[in-house]
Design a protein around this ligand. Structure first.
Ligand code: BGC
Length: 894
């Protein structure tokens, strides 16, 4: 094809190029135009060749759209999901190898061409964060200071701090994941000019390219300064996966049309504040206090601590430039900033390279004096060796967790991005040394203040298959805060453990009391803390890990104690109606955050949320099973440790069988009284607002409340079907006294009923519904919801929330939907059950996973499963048991 400002001329490979034309509507987004273009074509296409000649140096297929340089190649790939190459690539090799090369490049890279602004740029920086479970370093230009377009930040897992802000005569305390000193800062100046700042005016071309395979982020810029001096800058970042304290930077500067004096300025800047999230900017935000700055040769060390949690921090930066002769080095410290300046004479076209090795230690994971540890610390010899280490360590990770999709370039790229982000948020090498879990935004931004939610459930479904040991360390974060969860329950007059909805450093409740409604700009009350189901997610994660790993030691020492304490809370919370013999759990919210109370009531929560009650019954059943299967020593010890009495045991059994649910005909009520709520006129609001995903805010802006209507933010009533198999779900319904006579119809009717009332105001909703739609054979809708979830951060579909960090839960969950439901390898029981439903858009899904200590390899197409296990075992294939012999590949057609 050939592209002009207002049309695409194209043909198939047999014909001349200007045979067909598609008019581009310059008033619409390019994405929308390209989708219409695709819809207008009938043929299936394997590869697109653009015949425009390359106009830009840093990337091919950058063309002008609306007079803006636009990555046309990537935009086409995002719509067509096939490789897009340039004719020049064929001239240099041939069509096949050029296509394969592009496929491989594109599915392993996340690229942004050009300089973006505001929330879009913030979002891209979140997406290009490099990290290793210990820290996350946002993918910002090294030259940037925090402003409205760039937000360089560094977060370390578990480093939280509390600050008080006086609001209306009251001190509001917030606990934040702290933005640590910025040690990635490097910039330059020419002669006596000003230091270079990121400014589109001077950047002729910019390409930011994250290599998912190696973990290296490369930013290349072609710069033309106001006085006409041109330079090429190449900056690279890589994080240590094994030695997780380290990251390495390389900064190369090349004058293109002048000789002159170049000065490089680099800093560890502890003046930083937490200012990623616009609506928090008026709140107290300076978390750091600098203690000391030391310099030795070209090493700088900055020591600081967090103001309330008193976590000691030590950051070291070693600067080197072995190939630059006669450079002049000076220290440029200022209050709270360790600065280094290097000046040298540069010649046209020569490349001058600096390397900056950075190490971060905190008193959380470092037991001896950190000042000594950081002083004695040794780095790898140079940047290249850091890249080699990273490549090798990422390769080991990809061998375990790469989900390979044939036939869909976009899905492949984004699933890899999701795996990459999951691993950057947590990985064994780091987490075995840490007391930390994964926040809802990983280590990429300050949305939700870095807090840990029930989203762990969505993350762990992925981690458990590829790195079960990691899950153990993440669960220890919860175990170490069991005491805090028990205090929380006791503050509310309950026994047992009640985990907080939002958890940070200490495991106490960190949810907000108020929540900003951007439509009205008013702070509304926030009752989301009533989502007590978070404790059920913790319990589910414990069980899920145990079921997959058979880690008896964990269950004996920690797991059972957590389960019993969580159970004690629910036993206490469930109140019997003596007349009916049914138990009610009241004052809770389900995952659907729109419903906080009954109409006209405030702060009362809801009764008998179906998801909560079903999962309580599930938990009690699992505990009974464990009490029947564990040795009496283990049981006695755990019952004693948790003060679990005979009476508790009896009540556990009674509650398990008698929790109340409500039905109207075949439909299970989201909570008691649900059917008395009004139906919402969705179309009316859709017409007025277009996007109605945050219907809660819209209704509140109309002085109304979602409490009054049958409207949900996300999957709630049927969420249990995401966690447990349908057969377990039906057993629970029967045990509770609500046997389902026609399961197929029941499930289908309920899914359809609730999806019609759900606005998907959380990205987690789409993944759950995608799986549910698949279950009832609605494959088209399942695919649509899956793809929206898969691309949600890439396109920032929630209008700016990716700026505040990626959404880790949806990333883990989309991977889980692929392996558990599309590939159909369901691990939620005693054996693997395989029942694929490969989307027609894909040719094949390949992946490795472990289950009960056995490593499996799967290659699944729409009619064949090829599978291998490394030990003798059994799986269930399409309902039938199937023995497997170690290391023997078997082929199963279906
Ligand atoms: C969702 C919750 C989720 C939270 C953090 C909210 O928008 O409704 O289910 O736990 O975000 O990701």
């Amino acid at each position: 094809m050939r592209v002009t400002n207002d049309q695409i001329m194209y043909s198939d490979s047999e014909n001349t190029i200007d045979e067909n034309r598609f008019e581009l509507d310059n008033n619409s987004e390019l994405k929308v135009n390209l989708q219409s273009f695709k819809d207008s074509l009938n043929d299936s296409i394997d590869v697109i060749v653009i015949t425009n000649s390359t106009e830009y140096l840093l990337k091919e297929n950058i063309l002008s759209y609306n007079n803006q340089p636009t990555d046309f190649g990537s935009e086409l790939e995002n719509i067509f999901h096939i490789p897009v190459i340039n004719i020049e690539a064929i001239e240099n090799s041939n069509l096949l190898s050029a296509t394969e090369k592009e496929l491989s490049y594109s599915t392993w890279h996340l690229d942004y061409f050009g300089v973006d602004h505001g929330k879009r740029q913030y979002g891209q920086e979140s997406m290009q964060t490099i990290g290793n479970g210990f820290f996350g370093l946002r993918g910002t230009y090294l030259e940037a200071h925090a402003n409205n377009d760039n937000y360089p930040a560094t977060y370390v897992a578990g480093v939280f701090n509390q600050l008080a802000t006086p609001i209306n005569g009251r001190n509001v305390i917030n606990e934040d994941l702290v933005n640590l000193p910025n040690a990635q800062f490097i910039t330059f100046k020419i002669d006596d000019g000003d230091y270079f700042k990121i400014d589109e005016k001077y950047i002729m071309e910019s390409l930011r390219s994250l290599n998912l395979k190696t973990g290296v982020l490369t930013i290349t810029m072609l710069i033309k300064l106001a006085d006409g001096k041109e330079l090429k800058i190449v900056e690279k970042k890589v994080a240590g996966l094994k030695n997780f304290h380290n990251y390495y930077l390389q900064y190369s500067i090349q004058p293109l049309n002048f000789d002159g004096k170049i000065t490089i300025l680099t800093q560890i800047d502890a003046t930083v504040i937490n200012s990623n999230v616009e609506r928090y900017r008026n709140l107290a935000n300076k978390h750091l206090s600098t203690d000391k700055i030391e310099n030795k040769a070209t090493t700088s060390i900055l020591l600081a601590h967090t103001t309330q949690s008193d976590i000691k921090l030590a950051i070291r930066a070693d600067l080197s430039y072995p190939e630059i002769n006669n450079a002049n080095y000076v220290i440029d410290n200022q209050p709270e900033i360790a600065g280094q300046i290097v000046t040298f004479n540069a010649k046209t076209n020569s490349i001058y390279t600096f390397e900056k090795n950075v190490a971060i230690f905190t008193s959380l994971e470092t037991k001896s004096t950190i000042e000594n540890v950081v002083t004695d610390h040794e780095f790898l010899p140079n940047f290249q060796s850091a890249v080699d280490h990273s490549t090798k360590n990422w390769q080991k990770i990809w061998n375990k967790e790469d989900v390979v999709i044939t036939g869909d370039l976009t899905a492949q790229k984004l699933l890899r991005l999701n795996s990459y982000s999951m691993t950057s948020a947590a990985q064994v090498n780091a987490n075995k040394e840490l007391d930390a879990s994964v926040g809802s935004r990983g280590l990429t931004g300050e949305g939700y203040r870095g807090h840990i939610f029930w989203d762990e459930l969505f993350d762990m479904n992925f981690y458990v298959l590829h790195s079960p040991e990691l899950v153990k360390y993440l669960l220890m974060y919860r175990y170490n805060r069991l005491g805090a969860a028990m205090d929380y329950a006791s503050d509310d007059d309950y026994n047992g453990a009640m985990y907080p909805w939002q958890s940070g450093m200490y495991g106490d409740e960190q949810s907000q009391e108020v929540h900003l409604n951007p439509i009205t700009n008013k702070w509304d009350p926030d009752n989301s803390r009533k989502q007590r189901h978070v404790s059920l997610a913790v319990a589910y994660n414990v069980w899920n890990y145990y079921n997959l790993s058979n880690d008896e030691d964990f269950m004996r020492d920690y797991g059972l104690e957590m389960l019993l304490n969580i159970a004690e809370f629910w036993i206490d919370k469930a109140k019997i109606d003596k007349v009916t013999g049914k138990y009610t759990i009241s004052n809770v919210m389900g995952p659907d955050e729109f419903h906080e109370s009954y109409p006209g009531h405030e702060n009362e929560g809801l009764k008998n949320n179906a998801y909560t009650n079903i999962m309580v019954s599930w938990l009690f059943q699992k505990i009974s099973d464990l009490l029947n299967s564990e040795s009496s020593d283990v049981i006695d010890d755990n019952l004693q440790r948790t003060n679990f009495s005979d009476e508790d045991l009896q009540k556990l059994d009674d509650v398990r069988h008698n929790l109340k649910l409500e039905f109207e005909g075949n439909i299970l009520g989201q909570f008691e009284g649900y059917f008395a709520l009004k139906e919402l006129d969705f179309d009316k609001y859709r017409q007025q607002y277009g996007n109605i995903s945050r219907m809660d805010r819209i209704l509140k802006a109309h002085n109304d409340s979602p409490d009054n209507y049958q409207v949900a933010k996300q999957a709630d009533t049927l969420m249990a079907l995401f966690n447990i198999r349908e057969s377990s779900f039906l057993d629970i319904m029967k045990e509770l006294g609500y046997p389902i006579s026609n399961p197929e119809k029941f499930i289908s009717d309920n899914i359809k009923y609730y999806i019609a009332r759900t606005t998907h105001g959380s990205t987690l909703s789409r993944v759950v519904y995608s799986m549910l739609m698949l279950k009832i054979g609605e494959t088209k809708l399942a695919w649509k919801l899956f793809y929206e979830a898969l691309t949600s951060d890439y396109y920032d579909i929630q209008g700016g929330t990716t700026a505040e960090g990626i959404h880790l839960g949806v990333m883990g969950a989309t991977l889980n939907v692929v392996t558990s439901f599309f590939a159909g390898v369901d691990y939620r029981g005693q054996e693997l059950e395989i029942s694929p439903m490969v989307p027609e858009q894909w040719e094949e899904i390949d992946f490795n996973m472990s289950f009960k200590g056995i490593n499996f390899n799967f290659q699944i197409t729409s009619n064949n499963v090829s599978l291998k296990a490394d030990q003798d075992t059994e799986v269930v294939f399409k309902g039938k048991k199937l023995p497997l012999t170690a290391d023997q590949q078997i082929e199963l057609s279906y």
